[in-house]
Design a protein around this ligand. Structure first.
Ligand code: SF4
Length: 303
């Protein structure tokens, strides 16, 4: 439960899942928010700016997540609103709807760009559902152009990869080296009740397979001479309860019990009352290196 009842800035990241829609169909996606299909999303641009401001004033970093956040044309205004309050801004995207020009245009309000890529192989992405309903995937050369554009614009670049039974045997170290993220987060695909039951049982890798994927890539990156890529594995136990998350209705939610539990809307009851209604584990946040974004000098080598 929350211990915060004052208005000081929290040395934490708030993940704002403000949009349910996505143009891709990843089978492992835990952010479908289909458990409450009648829920009303946050209404209107003004409310989205207010919640961005509120989180920007209270958290060290605000991460904009979906769904796919770039589907909302007003999203850059939300980045600006959080940044104007003094927070770092982070965009988590599948990369399909932005290009190097977009990154250059919005670099002044974007501190970190986090792109989700699960494989170097288009066929694997298609099998995982990281593709449009028509089967179109995002080519590696597009992702490399985004990474290079981010670096050129002074935007820190990070990479997320979800490990499932479909990609657990692969080696994507050459692509990762080329992308050159400052941090590569490896997430063990996790079942979240009400979000991804349709496929997740077949997709969840064993802990052994997940650890083998992590170790294999650490060794490969070391062999390739990659330094400065901080590899952060997140097995299922580390994920649950370690993120401060806000849903498309502006409510905090947690998944400590393996399903989402929601607070009342933040814009209605205020930050502290809503935060007190979810379970957040500070020790887990520290254990998974959640504070490292505020101390970039701690970047470790991939080995
Ligand atoms: S791109 Fe992200 S939000 Fe969209 S389906 Fe895949 S995991 Fe879910």
């Amino acid at each position: 439960m929350s211990m915060f009842h004052d208005s000081r800035r929290l040395p934490l990241t708030a993940n704002l899942h403000f949009l349910r829609s996505c143009n891709l169909r990843c089978k492992h996606c835990y952010a479908t928010f289909l458990d409450d299909p009648t829920a009303r999303p946050i209404q209107g641009h003004a409310e989205l700016l207010r919640i961005s401001q509120l989180l920007g004033a209270r958290y060290e970093k605000v991460t904009f997540v979906g769904g796919e956040p770039t589907l909302y044309p007003g999203m850059p205004d939300m980045l600006a609103a959080a940044k104007a309050e003094g927070a770092l801004t982070n965009l988590v995207t599948n990369g399909s709807r932005i290009d190097p020009t977009w990154i250059g245009t919005h670099a002044d309000v974007l501190d970190l760009l986090t792109v989700s890529i699960d494989s170097a192989a288009d066929a694997t992405h298609r099998a995982m559902g990281r593709a449009t309903p028509g089967g179109q995937t995002i080519p590696a050369h597009h992702q490399i152009a985004l990474a290079d554009a981010a670096r050129a614009a002074g935007v820190r670049y990070k990479l997320n990869t979800v490990v499932t039974t479909l990609n657990q045997g692969e080696d994507m170290s050459t692509l990762v080296l080329r992308l050159g993220p400052e941090r590569w987060k490896l997430l063990q695909a996790a079942p979240v009740e009400g979000q991804n039951e349709a496929h997740i049982a077949l997709l969840t890798p064993t802990r052994e397979a997940f650890d083998a994927y992590v170790n294999r890539h650490r060794a490969a990156l070391a062999t390739l001479g990659a330094t400065g890529i901080r590899v952060v594995p997140e097995p299922i136990e580390a994920i649950r309860g370690s993120y401060v998350m806000v849903d498309p209705q502006g409510r905090f939610f947690d998944s400590t019990t393996g399903r989402h539990r929601y607070s009342r809307p933040i814009l209605e009851v205020g930050h502290d009352a809503a935060f007190a209604e979810v379970d957040f584990d500070h020790d887990k946040f520290d254990a998974r290196g959640g504070r490292a974004d505020y101390a970039p000098d701690q970047t470790a080598s991939a080995a």
